[in-house]
Design a binder for this molecule. Structure first.
Ligand code: G6P
Length: 373
């Protein structure tokens, strides 16, 4: 088994380190000789994609957070209204689905029964379903109209890491493809975005090389915490929820991810002396001064005694004065940031669980793939 782990302490550790490759492989072969994005493998009628008037992403667990990240990008690039819904909720609430609805089912295993049932329901209503899946020939892609495979390689650890990143990448490719097809974006704009995507593997590698020991020390110091709050805004919000989920799954610590803007509407009441709050800060260069708004959220929780750990991009010195600790990740665009900011949160959960002596590959009560409803 230790050979299969490639010298790492656990499958999860290996899979976290596989992420530069997982992202690179998911991008591989998606450009034609003219530099246009091609998703030929999908075998879906272009006219169908051109007439889509709504996208509904269905998934469970971490895959659903990948969908939530993708919603920001798809709506921004394609101007198609996009909803994200947990598969088990979608299936049983009589959702509005028509022939013009494109359902995107995201699943690492392709065998999650809740997602399978939602796919069947959507197709019965006449929707077209595209599966984003990591397992070739599994049930969800077989039962969908088309499949776009992630190429993360086998994921063994129960808690998803590299599958998540490659799901975000695959959703982004789908979004860019729709934008290209529908003429929402010019080829050079799409080329610029793809160029940024292509720079991500090296940036992930940089995080693995430069910040892992810092996050390990942080996890060691915090192994006795009773609860952790995660805050994020825009695409940082689903990243915060994913960070909280990882901590619940691996370390059995109560954790919650909040939209930073929602803090003042309730969650701030939870802040007490010493409460650990991990904040994902948007890029300074991002839209609508979200950076400044999240900085004031950090000040607000800090003033109430919180221990503030901040994930920010390199060169962001403003965060320093309000943070107990800053974990820096390389610069990228607002929409690409989740592919980087997720890394420290994955490592934090893994190292904290390890410090507590827990089995990070096989957390209690969980299954890699839940094949019952
Ligand atoms: C289970 C796993 C999660 C995973 C979810 C969805 O609950 O423990 O890690 O995110 O299923 O799995 P899927 O294979 O559909 O992506």
């Amino acid at each position: 088994a230790s050979a299969e782990k490639g010298g790492f302490a656990s499958f999860m550790d290996k899979e976290i380190h596989d992420q530069p490759q997982a992202v690179a492989d998911t991008l591989l072969g998606r450009l034609d000789t003219e530099g246009r994005l091609t998703l030929d493998e999908m075998h879906i009628d272009e006219n169908v994609l051109k007439s889509v008037d709504k996208i509904v992403v269905i998934a469970c667990g971490t895959a659903a957070y990948a969908g939530q990240v993708a919603k920001y990008a798809i709506e921004h690039w394609c101007r198609i209204p996009t909803e994200v819904e947990l598969a088990h909720e979608f299936r049983y609430r009589d959702p509005v689905v028509t022939e013009k609805t494109l359902v995107v089912a995201i699943s690492q295993s392709g065998e999650t029964m809740d997602t399978i049932m939602a796919v069947r329901h959507a197709r019965q209503q006449g929707a077209k379903v595209i599966a984003i899946c990591n397992t070739f020939g599994s049930t969800i892609p077989r039962e969908s109209d088309a499949a776009l495979y992630t190429h993360a390689g086998p994921e063994i650890a129960v808690a998803s890491t590299k599958a998540f990143l490659s799901q975000v990448v695959a959703c982004y490719l789908l979004g860019l493809y729709l934008a290209q097809l529908r003429g929402n974006k010019f080829r050079d704009e799409i080329g610029t975005i793809l160029g940024e995507l292509q720079s991500i593997p090296a940036k992930i590698q940089h995080i693995l090389d430069e910040t892992k020991s810092q996050v390990l020390a942080l996890a060691d110091r915090n192994q006795d915490v009773g609860s952790v709050l995660f805050l994020g805004r825009h695409v940082g919000y689903p990243v915060a929820m994913e960070g909280a989920l990882k901590l619940k799954e691996l370390a059995y610590i109560h954790a919650e991810g909040f939209a930073a803007g929602e803090l003042k509407h309730g969650p701030i009441a939870l802040i007490d002396d010493g409460q650990l709050v991990i904040i994902v800060v948007p890029s300074k260069r991002g839209r609508d001064s979200l950076h400044a708004k999240v900085i004031s959220n950090i000040q607000e929780v800090r003033a109430r005694g919180a221990n503030t750990v901040v994930i920010a991009e390199e060169g962001d010195e403003e965060v320093d004065q309000f943070a107990s600790e800053v974990i820096y990740v390389p610069e990228t665009t607002t929409l690409m940031a989740p592919l980087l900011t997720t890394l420290p949160l994955q490592i934090f959960a893994m190292e904290l669980a390890t410090a507590k002596g827990l089995d990070v590959d096989q957390p209690r009560n969980l299954a890699k793939s839940v094949t019952v409803e």
